[in-house]
Design a protein around this ligand. Sequence first.
Ligand code: 5GP
Ligand code: MN
Length: 340
Amino acid sequence: MNAAILSQFQDLFKGQKNIAIIGHKNPDGDAVGATLGLYWFLLDRGHNPTVVMPNDFPDFLKWMPGSDKIVNFEQHTTQVKEIIAQADLICTLDFNDLSRVGNMELLLSESEKPFVMIDHHQQPSNYAILTWSDPSMSSTSEMVAHLIEAWSGWAGLTQAIATNLYTGIMTDTGSFKFPATTAKTHRVVAALIEAGTPHSKIHQAVYDNQSPGRMKLLGRALENMVIKQEWQTAYTFLSQSDLDQCDFKKGDTEGFVNYALQLEGIKFALIFIENKSEQIIKISLRSIGDFSVNDFARQHFSGGGHINAAGGRYAGELSQAIEHLLKHLPAYKHQLHEAK
Ligand code: 5GP
Ligand code: MN
């Protein structure tokens, strides 16, 4: 990070006591890792930070240092309102628009407190007095690591900070393999390991700790996969009854969409997941190369994200959501064919 941004951070945080740190709805490893990494750093520097999430996060992240202190808006609404009312500064991490906090959106958009954004998604909205947005970054957790390095040197890393940031980088880079993983990312990771990150244990805790239900659900997703070779696209789906029969828990479908990209010749992958209680179909989109699923999700599924990983939603039936894809896909034939 450059010196000008660092000095803006330092000026803004100076003398501020209560700092609310907020992640996005359905927090993933990066949202939890980045917020908790910043939490421990600010605590060490004498601030009084609190991490708030719009709703609960997956069980496979519940070992992360400090994760037991996260306050969940869905379960503790009054407490979160109080935290926001008392905050001197509100830091939003790993999202680019207030619509990404779900039911907390009104609370945040009505707040007159100063906001800081730290994020790596494209097209950031303009709600913060300090917006540090860098879509070239692998993860928000990597950004927090750069902030700490610039602010206090790697001496500022504790094991708790490092463990959280490592988990965020690992999950957002698909274990250091997505294109946004750079030499700089690996230098950060080296520093995190030097600070005592139990990296092998983290891999086990996140990836090798699966419930039988999740494994069964993955089987369903693989079985349901449809390959549209002509458009270099593969999609799959899970109905509410698939989820119910496999004892679905939050986070269970994480990563399923990536399997379709392992198919030869496939550049574009989608998974459609029915959510009967919210009456929507949640869609995850992934691509290889320069085909932008961010654009596709924005155009057709009221969503967005990054060039190779995006999400969106469809209000209607599962079959209609898939028909919607199949209606629009042919127009992308050339673009998909040309994508490198
Ligand atoms: P996932 O498919 O894992 O839910 O999300 C992939 C990426 O797309 C994430 O970086 C996430 O922030 C973004 N994303 C997911 N859902 C939405 C959405 O509804 N709107 C926008 N703008 N981005 C989303
Ligand atoms: Mn992220």
